[in-house]
Ligand binder design. Sequence first.
Ligand code: KG4
Ligand code: ZN
Length: 347
Amino acid sequence: MRVLGIETSCDETGVAVYDPACGLVAEVLYSQVEIHERFGGVVPELASRDHAARLAPMVKELLEGAGIGLGDLDAIAYTAGPGLIGALMVGGSLAASLGFALGVPVLPVHHMEAHLLAAMLEPNPPEFPFVALLVSGGHTQLVCVRGHGDYAMLGSTLDDAAGEAFDKVARLLGLPYPGGPALAALADSGDPEAFALPRPLFNKGLDLSFSGLKTAVRLLLEKHRAAENGSGPPAALRANVAASFQAAVVDTLANKCRLALASADLQRLVIAGGVGANRALRARLKADGQRHGFVVYYPRPGLCTDNGAMIAYAGWRRYGEATGGIPQVIARPRWPLDQLLPVPAGA
Ligand code: KG4
Ligand code: ZN
């Protein structure tokens, strides 16, 4: 069984082939970061156009590189949402066309379910049930994963996602888009205790909030700007702000994870989504796990950010739901994770 996975929900074009008998067979990933960099954020129209230009050649490159013919594919999985509508339509259209032409099932995948399950592609996958922290540019959610497709929302951000906060603060610091990795690199040379930044909702329930933290950074930079004579913040100040901001986010996320594990009475934590690539977060959760007796599972950084492999895998897990007939393109920009139906045991 070979499943082609297609990811085009935002600014990464990802394609991969997953085979349940031997795991991930091949993948190709292209990031549009250079296209959106000068706009400081993803421009939806440009994202769709670039996916449309690259997707089919990338599938060809993927299959040729792996020595797989189109006729060897048994199913086509694609991200059906949530995401940018035009970008989703590009992946969905190619998936439906391929499925129609090859006469194989076409599987619409929930992007966040795919992030949630990405850890299953690693050599020591977590067992159900577990708590998952989905932490990306568009989402920050704590989910109780009782089984496959059986998800209960424990908490989520009331305003900005953690990745969005990284990106916005990076912009305030004059760092290039996407801000998360650049801010994390700058934080390496700063003092995380230089500024005591707020940790909103710290011990109040399982919801999160990051917009107050972002505003605190903006006010801090404005205060220092008065003394700068237009020369911009000195390098040491920028590094200290980056490190203090990162420490506040890491502290908040780690504390909420601990509270979520306690409330669900579970000892397994799975991290998914782009911010899961953050090294400071990983180090902190590892230390907290040792201290509080829980185990943390991370996909490798390349499986934390958007990719086709997780889509191929999640599609395969929902293979049993495939319907016959002419495939329709499904694109759902908004699609709550807890609307998904559980996958029957053994499916
Ligand atoms: O999951 P993802 O690739 O895309 C979606 O948002 O769905 O996540 C991208 C987000 C961006 O906000 C990016 O800045 C953030 O993840 N990110 C990081 C790091 N790498 C990516 N944030 C903090 N530290 C990182 N190392
Ligand atoms: Zn994502």
